[in-house]
Design a protein around this ligand. Sequence first.
Ligand SMILES: [Zn+2]
Length: 84
Amino acid sequence: MRHRWPEDTRFTRVVLEVEDNVCAVCGRALHICDHRRHRIFTLQGPVEVVCKFAHCADRQCAAHAKTRSPYTYCLSSFDLCCLT
Ligand SMILES: [Zn+2]
């Protein structure tokens, strides 16, 4: 069961973005295709982590179907899953 935060909770927002903003295959700009939000409690207070996922906008590109996530999200996703 998910934790329900009080409605008046003030979160500090941390935004994680894909480190490379261009496609490694065709060189075009990546398109943000999804946001995932995780609310966690830290020693500094409540934090909302927003992870932006991206993929190549060119449907003909071989990398179009591959969604890229922020590197730091990959490192911390296990911790986030355990806390939310
Ligand atoms: Zn591409």
